[in-house]
Design a protein. Structure first.
Length: 261
């Protein structure tokens, strides 16, 4: 089952937790942490510790300290070792003081994107430049109060897809678009491709969740038998992802939404 963990570095103050996270890092990661400015060091520490811990929840036989990572041609991190470990798919996203980590079983691809709805942008101009015409028209027609959410609904979904593909901006954002309902929860988003993208829309599942007043998260999942993760705010049963707020009083998840996996 797809699992997602949310961490807020600002709330992690227990020195024992921070020391535990440092102990999970590789020598290279510790060296990189030492070179980080204070403003970003904690986010780096929590991010690296979270992904190591989360991967070991899928592969309990692999210690969090044992994972090795590589970076793809377009910058997407992936599991590179140990050789005995399953090639689990994972993805990370952060926006300000919130980090999201999504992990999917072997044979699936996952992408996650989280954005701060309070981040002001030139929404109409960006939509005209990067979005498909139907999406840009929706953003332009939105009233001022609704425009940030309208824009970021498309933006997070597009980011989650290109991150799951691992191709970054090599995929033109205007070459695919999303069919969205007016509200986030009634039905899952559907993706549509034009002739520039060789992909099967039926092989992809998408979900969105507004985490709080400021943060919107989107998930993309591809793989045999994958189903759209039910937005947990709906209270529906079935294929909900396993959500957790990480850590609670120690390095480990505290269930905050959805059923246990």
């Amino acid at each position: 089952m797809l699992r997602i963990w949310i961490a807020r570095p600002r709330t992690i103050r227990d020195p024992a937790v921070l020391d535990h996270l440092r102990a999970l890092l590789s020598p290279d990661e510790r060296a990189r942490l030492q070179k980080r400015p204070r403003a970003t060091a904690k986010q780096f520490l929590v991010t690296r510790g979270l992904v190591r811990w989360a991967l070991s929840q899928f592969a309990p036989g692999v210690a969090p300290t044992a994972w090795d990572f590589a970076t793809g041609t377009h910058g997407k991190p992936c599991v590179a070792g140990p050789s005995s470990a399953p090639r689990i798919s994972f993805n990370l996203s952060h926006s300000g003081e919130l980090i999201a980590c999504a992990v999917a079983p072997v044979g699936q691809r996952v992408g996650v994107d989280v954005e701060d709805l309070a981040r002001d942008r030139r929404f109409d101009r960006l939509a005209d430049r990067f979005f498909a015409p139907s999406e840009a028209a929706r953003v332009r027609s939105a009233v001022a109060a609704d425009k940030p959410l309208c824009f970021y609904r498309y933006w997070t979904l597009k980011e989650s897809y290109i991150k799951a593909r691992g191709l970054g901006m090599a995929l033109p954002l205007s070459a695919f678009w999303f069919d969205l309902s007016r509200d986030i929860t009634p039905r899952p988003p559907r993706i549509v491709f034009d002739e520039r993208i060789d992909d099967d829309p039926e092989s992809w599942s998408f979900s969105q969740q507004q985490l709080d007043d400021r943060h919107l998260l989107a998930l993309a999942l591809r793989g045999r038998g994958s189903v759209p993760p039910t937005p947990v705010a709906s209270g529906a049963g079935g294929a909900s992802p396993d959500w957790g707020l990480w850590p609670s009083s120690h390095p480990g998840p505290r269930r905050c939404w959805g059923p246990a996996g």
